[in-house]
Design a protein around this ligand. Sequence first.
Ligand code: ZDR
Length: 275
Amino acid sequence: MKFTKMQGLGNDFILVDSIKDDISEDLGELSRKVCDRHFGIGGDGLVLILPSREADIRMRIFNPDGSEPEMCGNAIRCFARYVYEHNIVRKKVLTVETLAGLIVPELILESEKAVSVRVDMGKPRLERGLIPMEGPEGKVVNETVAVDKEKYRVTCVSMGNPHCIIFVDDVNNVSLAQVGPSLESHPVFPKKTNVEFVQVINNQEVNMRVWERGAGETLACGTGACATGVACVLNGLTDKKIMVHLAGGDLVIEWADNGHVYMTGPAEYVFTGEY
Ligand code: ZDR
């Protein structure tokens, strides 16, 4: 299998052109194997490039535990750059079919190189049942959830995939490896959840650490940064356009007046190989 390793803010992915090379293996099982950092290639996800009937192209992504999330923000920037520069879809603005609906990345080009990618991530889903989360109808804003004898105030946002945001005074004081798994698999989240701890610096800047569903702590999370931008506005904590600082770098997130969330950030090649 030929592959290209790419990364967006240190969130790293194994991309496979499945238009060229059809993969007949169990994809969840394949993802578990290739994402392994000791026995495989190493990555936070396996990303497949596929043909689409309703969009320019289709993306599927698998987590390191073999589960298939609806969307991945960092991966879709890598995906957009790859399909443009490999002449698979030679469009600056392209439509991508995902399990979270149509996503529209726009390449920011400098002498034909995609220096960054701005992605129209669509509208956030705020209704509890759409997160999905158990409980009465309505939005989930600053609500208490009990975990391991602690109580957390959570705001929940779906960007196609579920996110649970918790505001804290200092993200470096969070025992992510302990609380992350407990919240990820908390019974109120029937499809599990990604977990983001967020520290507001000012109206336009936040720090964020993420515990990803099916992956654990990663250096960055695109959909999580988008969900964080929305959660900040819902709680009256920041402007609608913010910079999210992550361990792997920065993303600009804007919840625009048309209701869509726009994410801008880098996408880089690491290496190509054969598995
Ligand atoms: C967080 C993520 N890496 C991104 O950049 O959006 C998405 C990966 C999928 C995530 N682990 C999930 O929803 O299961």
